[in-house]
Design a protein around this ligand. Structure first.
Ligand code: GDD
Length: 411
């Protein structure tokens, strides 16, 4: 029996927290650990034996995914991949309802729904096992976070013995649970009955209290569907012990890069493009085969170097993403930073962010009581002069930085 997956990719009006990196490429196609964010989810889906089709649902122009779909079709021949475009943002369940015929075509018996902006170990087969064992109607991926940040997510109250969801609240005002919605779900076909019922209830509510038609059409998986599922039988949590984080801000790409690189390194130390450990390489380090790295430059841990990048003698790069055509001149230092396409860092310059851990879900840091971006981000074609120091800054495209800067957004 075949299963399918839907990945919710959002659209151009979302992902604004990912600026300035999303000015060039939509967040879901931004490369972490050498490949687009979306590819990591596809790679996990390719390990589900029954999976026959993946549908990306969003409201980007069709052209955005053209090349990605062509590349992915070659990389993942076991399933077909299509992009279905919402005519506007329909909400996290609105697209599922709108494209229900396409989703149900071929009679899939299980449906994965995945948020494109989660970075995790994707324990999909484990979720399937739980689904069968519990004879569930729905399984949600749960993960534990620090209680202080839990209310930024959907919070789940679970029966610890049966693993049943007994209560679900989306981004609650007060603390309910530190077990949160990990943005990966597994449903059977009956989910469309629940979505249909939620849609009718919403239409009814808007008839009684009309606001605007566009709002009435929006369906939210969390508030409209999961809350209903929690009130019925058959909704379970698979609590992952593996890594999990969201990729929301541009800075959060740095810990996501680290997590995916570590996963790759742990599963296949000889994976293509992973540099071998040496006096100058602290793994994991990913280097595109077209990049040039001087043998006296020291890289790692947790560094991805993109196509045609150049790193000169004596440079030091750590916890960083360097995209295509970037250049780091001799003896420069790059730490907790992202260099977008074409960025040049001068000799003896320093580009630095602050340490950010994999479980720091806000990717911000506090300096004298002011919250600033913890990772430094240099957008497309920024040039940093020789010996200049940049610390905790976001620099918008095409700027020449000739003096030291700290805790600034440079427009
Ligand atoms: N197709 C489509 N249409 N996708 C959408 C839409 C829409 O109208 N709105 C959001 N998405 C996609 C986003 O691109 C993202 O991948 C995912 O749905 C969730 O996005 P948000 O609406 O930004 O929610 P959130 O990230 O703040 O919180 C959600 O995810 C958390 C886990 O990552 C909630 O489900 C939380 O409960 C959950 O903890």
């Amino acid at each position: 029996m075949a299963s399918k997956a839907v990945i919710l990719v959002g659209g151009g009006t979302r992902g604004t927290r990912f600026r300035p990196l999303s000015l060039d490429v939509p967040k879901v196609l931004f490369p972490v650990a050498g490949r687009p964010i979306l590819s990591h989810a596809l790679s996990a889906l390719s390990k589900v034996p029954t999976l026959k089709e993946v549908l990306l649902i969003g409201f980007f122009d069709d052209s955005v995914f053209k090349d990605f779909l062509a590349d992915s079709a070659k990389e993942f021949p076991n399933f077909t991949i299509k992009y279905l475009r919402e005519y506007r943002a329909l909400g996290t369940a609105g697209g599922l309802y709108h494209f229900r015929d396409a989703i149900l075509r071929g009679n899939p018996y299980r449906l994965f729904v995945i948020h494109a902006d989660v970075c995790c170990s994707f324990p999909l087969n484990e979720m399937l096992e739980m689904f069968e064992e519990k004879e569930a109607k729905a399984v949600i991926l749960g993960t534990r976070v620090d209680p202080e940040v839990a209310s930024n997510f959907g919070c789940i109250v679970m029966d610890p013995h049966t693993k049943k969801v007994v209560h679900y609240v989306e981004k609650p005002q007060s603390h309910i649970s530190n077990l949160i919605n990990g943005g990966v779900y597994l449903f059977d076909r009956s989910i469309f009955d629940v979505i249909g019922a939620a849609r009718s209830a919403r239409a009814e509510q808007f008839r009684a209290d009309p606001i605007d038609d566009e709002e009435a059409e929006i369906l939210r998986l969390e508030q409209d569907i999961l809350v209903r599922l929690a009130q019925a039988d058959g909704f379970y949590v698979y609590e992952t012990r593996g890594f999990w984080r969201q990729i929301k801000t541009a800075g959060s790409a740095v810990p996501a890069n680290a997590l995916y690189l570590q996963k790759l390194f742990q599963t296949d130390i000889y994976a293509p493009n992973l540099a071998r450990a040496s006096a100058f390489i602290v793994p994991p380090v990913y280097i595109d085969p077209t990049a040039t790295v001087d043998p006296t430059a020291k890289l790692g841990p947790n560094v991805s170097v993109g196509p045609r990048a150049k790193i000169a003698a004596g440079a030091r790069v750590k916890e960083a993403i360097l995209l295509e055509d970037t250049e780091v001149k001799h003896d420069a230092f790059v730490l907790y930073s992202i260099l977008a396409r074409g960025v040049k860092v001068g000799a003896w310059a320093r580009v630095e962010g602050s340490p950010i851990t994999a479980v720091d879900h806000l990717a911000m840091t506090s300096k004298n009581g002011v919250r600033v971006q913890s990772v430094s981000i240099l957008a497309t074609d920024v040039a940093v002069g020789d010996e200049v120091r940049i610390q905790n800054c976001v620099v918008l495209p095409h700027k020449d930085i000739k003096v030291d800067v700290e805790n600034e957004i440079i427009m």
